[in-house]
Design a protein around this ligand. Sequence first.
Ligand code: ZN
Ligand code: ZN
Length: 252
Amino acid sequence: MKFCLLASGSRGNAIWVEEGDLALVVDCGLSAREFLSRVGVAGLDISRLSCLLVSHEHRDHISGLGVLARRLKIPVLANAATCAAASPLVGRVRWEIFTTGDTLNLGPLKIRTLGLSHDAVDPVAFVMESQAGRLGLATDLGTPTELIKYRFQALTALILEFNHDYRLLMDGPYPWPLKQRVRGRTGHLVNETAATFAAKLYHREMRYLILAHLSEINNNPALALKVARETLDGALEPVAASQWEPTVVFEF
Ligand SMILES: [Zn+2]
Ligand SMILES: [Zn+2]
């Protein structure tokens, strides 16, 4: 399995995953043009892309989705509530609807969809599994629930939100209600909670931990990486994804 975070953060998210002949993308909060440019920079083959998956309807996850799906003539997979909420912004695309909790069998990939705690209509995390291993992906969540903890066992790679540093958030420019929203159970993960959760999920076969969806204003890669490194205590070397450029293509 290969994966690459083409962009990660509140200005746009897109995660490429491929296995065998199948390539898919989770969310597209970049313009289609920027998305295509980053696919090129990362050295990925756009002609292999066969569908788009949606985690939730927030703008940073769907703003480029409609144009991209129409241009490439590929379907968009989402649950019904997310489809309804996203449709006004996404426009006419070929939706394929799943129910949260379903396992989707897409060629060599088995994708389990999991509900999570975030302030969208029906947000989901994904576990993608093939013979090569398991990739867990949760980029917007207010709290790591028991369900996520349970389903994120035995991952080969974990993409997890490290949204903010508590001090930067509290001392920063966000208005008070927004600070409360970010900190809430349906908001975003603080570095320490994310790191503790990642350490709990760590096991010897875990090869990659990607820190995702870092806030530009309330976090920075050095801080998030420091917390992750200290908490994991050398177990593996975390990588911080960027808003501005693709990560390397990870492979297992
Ligand atoms: Zn987001
Ligand atoms: Zn969100």
